[in-house]
Design a protein around this ligand. Structure first.
Ligand code: NAP
Ligand code: HSE
Length: 429
């Protein structure tokens, strides 16, 4: 056996995930020749502050100069774990232009600039891999691109944000209010210091854009995805869900309908018997429906140092194998269709509406006629919790056009008999 080749790589970022990747590559060193026919070694690490102490990492490898990596001909793989749009976008375009292969976990970048990066990779026969960008450690990108490639996929749906799933789990199991559950998520390091992207559904929206693009072979960007977060969910909503034998989950949903793609993120009432209802804490799960495979579900840890680093390292190994086999750039952009993405108004859902109304004859009939006049069919009405002059009404609709439901809300909002619209949620159907 000849000398085992050593493929050199550079890390951009040595934070939570970058540090995890560094460790995993060290742990796997002995296994590499058998798995890959080569070693893969981190030669340089780009950081903002190279003076900062980073446990277990060799400070001699740190640089604050991107050019040192870009202009190093030995470095064949660039592993981007800095996050954000710039300078990551520019660095990755430059790396691909220089013929370097790229592995990244950057969903923000891919959800908006995926096409540009994949085009650049194709132009230079480079690999661009991003398994960790969606659902952390769960393999979903490669299954969609490869294992399920022979399917016509009609739906991809799941829990793709660990922070919000943790918050909703605490609200459900421990009867916490949103603010207390968020505080706990921050304390435990699940939520970032600025949790906006998680709790408003933007993080999940970016993941939906990436998954939908691959599943439906047509580009979907973050701007195409409707997003609604969980900040308005209260303990009362959770209790109501429980009475209905349901739970509330923040779901990312992408459907490939005949008249266009639907892509959205919203809190949804789902029955307790549904497999996604039992996905607790920071776990993620993704459901895929294809014409051949039928239903498939992927479950695991959607974030965290090692789960995310596991997906990144898997991509690095794949790039090394491709380099060894001379087959880089083999699996590029798979968006060969140009399907329309429907605006949210054209999508249809079942809705749950909780209202505080005057407790007198004619109120229910008035509300029912507003829905009827706007083509909204009612499936169920529950009246309870009388509070003095007020009664609480919960209405569940059949599947109706979002536009029709919103028209009804405009009229209901003007009616003096309705004192408060407490909650509006979509219902799984
Ligand atoms: P992090 O802990 O904040 O680490 C970011 C690293 O990038 C730091 O080492 C930082 O350097 C470096 N960096 C940032 N901007 C830089 C710049 N302009 N120039 C040079 N270095 C720069 O972030 P992370 O949690 O590891 O996340 C990294 C990526 O993985 C993001 O795209 C994130 O969305 C994605 N991701 C993370 C998770 C997770 O669980 N954390 C899960 C899935 C995907 P300094 O150390 O000098 O500040
Ligand atoms: N903030 C994300 C989550 C992890 O809570 O799932 C990074 O994608």
């Amino acid at each position: 056996m000849g000398e085992i080749p050593v493929i050199k790589a550079a890390l951009l970022g040595a934070g939570t995930v970058g540090g995890g990747v560094y460790e995993i590559l060290k742990r796997q060193w002995e296994e590499m020749p058998k798995k890959l026919g080569a070693f893969v070694e981190i030669k340089k690490i780009l950081v903002r502050d190279k003076g900062k102490k980073r446990e277990g990492m060799d400070s001699a490898q740190f640089t604050e100069e991107w050019k040192e990596i870009l202009e190093d001909p030995e470095i064949q793989i660039v592993i981007e774990l800095m996050g954000g749009i710039e300078p990551a976008r520019t660095y990755l375009l430059e790396a691909l232009q220089a013929g370097k292969h790229v592995v990244t976990a950057n969903k923000d970048l891919l959800a908006d600039y995926g096409r540009e990066l994949l085009d650049m990779a194709a132009e230079h026969s480079c690999d661009l891999m991003f398994e960790a960008a969606v659902a952390g450690g769960i393999p979903i990108i490669r299954p969609l691109k490869q294992c399920l490639a022979a399917n016509y996929i009609t739906e991809v749906m799941g829990i793709v944000n660990g922070t919000t799933n943790y918050i909703l789990t605490r609200m459900t199991l421990d009867k916490m209010e949103f603010s207390d559950a968020l505080a706990l998520a921050l304390e435990l390091g699940y939520a970032e210091a600025d949790p906006t992207a998680d709790v408003e559904g933007y993080d999940a929206g970016r993941k939906v854009a990436i998954m939908a693009s691959i599943a439906f072979n047509s580009r979907v960007t973050f701007g195409d995805v409707f997003t609604e977060g969980i900040t308005k969910i209260t303990a009362a909503d959770i209790a109501y869900a429980d009475e209905l034998n349901m739970v509330i989950k923040l779901l990312g949903v992408a459907r490939n309908a005949e008249d266009g793609i639907e892509a959205g993120v919203y809190p949804m009432l789902i029955p307790k018997y549904h497999p996604l209802a039992s996905v607790q804490d920071a776990f993620n799960a993704v459901f895929v429906h294809g014409d051949a495979v039928d239903d498939a579900m992927f479950l695991g840890r959607g974030a965290g140092r090692y789960p995310t680093a596991s997906a990144v390292a898997g991509d690095i190994f794949e790039a090394v194998r491709n380099i060894q086999a001379g087959s880089t750039g083999r699996l590029g952009c798979t968006c060969y269709k140009n399907l329309r993405v429907k605006p949210a108004d054209e999508t249809s859902h079942c809705y749950f509406l909780r209202l505080q109304v005057e407790d007198r004859p004619g109120v229910l009939a008035g509300i029912a006629s507003v829905f009827g006049n706007n083509n909204v069919s009612i499936a169920q009405v529950i009246q309870k919790n009388k509070r003095g002059e007020l009664a609480e009404l919960a209405v569940i609709t059949e599947r109706v056009l979002e536009r029709h439901f919103k028209d009804s809300l405009l009229v209901l909002g003007e009616m003096s008999m309705i004192k408060e619209v407490s909650t509006i949620l979509r219902v799984y159907a």
